[in-house]
Design a protein around this ligand. Sequence first.
Ligand SMILES: N[C@@H](Cc1c[nH]c[nH+]1)C(=O)O
Length: 387
Amino acid sequence: MFEKPLGMRDTLPLLYETKMKVRSKMLQEMTSWGYQMIATPALEYYETVGKESAIQDQQLFTLIDQQGHTLVLRPDMTAPIARVAASKLLKYRIPVRLAYAANVYRAQQREGGRPAEFEQIGIECIGHSTVSGDAESIALLVSVLRIAGLENFKISVGHIGYIKQLFSDVLHDEERAEQCLKFLYEKNYVGYREHVKKLALSEAQEQRLLQLLSLRGLEEVCQQGRALLENEAGLQAINELEELYKQLKDFGVHKYVSFDLSLVCHMSYYTGLLFEVYADGVGSPIGSGGRYDNLLSKFNYKAPATGFAISTDRLLEALGNLEEEKDSYCILFDEQHRQAAIQAAATMRAEGKVVVLQDIHGVKDVLAFTSSFTAVEYMTDSEGGKQ
Ligand SMILES: N[C@@H](Cc1c[nH]c[nH+]1)C(=O)O
């Protein structure tokens, strides 16, 4: 048994092929909206990108380079892209629109769980401060998923600014707010309720924290969310949610969207609107994103930004079927027919066929080898010529 490190997976040919097709359709859509492809290194310094990636530290793969610096395998693409954009790209065009398909790495605690290396396909729109940036991001997300062949999905939208304001109004204490946020992030609503009840708040304040969990649905949720606030702060978040919905209607994609004002995503760099995508039959979100207006300033450039990433593997799980195995042809040749066989294969390949050219003397069990091809041509003397 040759085992792989925890959470590492192989991609076998059929899955690889399916992935390649889906990825190429999605990237084509992204680039047609003016998003430019970008690649960044798999390894980054812990002190910069690693720290800002804001994924729990125990999920980071770290290693030490020859000079003794701590490196991390990037846990997402947002922080690396923020690093490049801040240092190079924003001098060129603002907002800058970038797209990627790249592997990211998150260490796992146990076997059989989530993959520790997986591909994300996503975009970042950097330097865009208004809700139009968020609406564009969600509209593109919908378009990309539909082009990949997915129809049954829902985008759940929330606003981290709203939750933080509500917690600050009620709890007046950052540590207590963090504890509550953690329950929401883990989607442990039972735990959240129990925790809130133990906080020794007045009945009214307790109710406000509990009602947060019921702020789910369509437009009416904004009105209910507004009613939970005690003062002006937090209203901006609600206004943004309403504006977003209006713009999503203009894009014609609002039917994919619903609100969940208790939504907290795993990245702590989010500052405003944020969202998760759920597809029928897949337990975890197949994608997520949101606004992160403070991340670039960690790289010495103040710029607002928004974006999303889709997990290619989870999307494929939602899509269900793998690509059909393609028709493929085999030409078996011997020494005397090598040249003719090479030419015959080239002609068929030029017609778009998949052709394997195989020296018959290199195969032990010809019957077993040829059994999976659509058609087999023998260009040999030993087998009695063409069959
Ligand atoms: N990087 C985020 C997704 C995202 C892209 N842009 C903004 N958010 C993630 O891995 O979940």
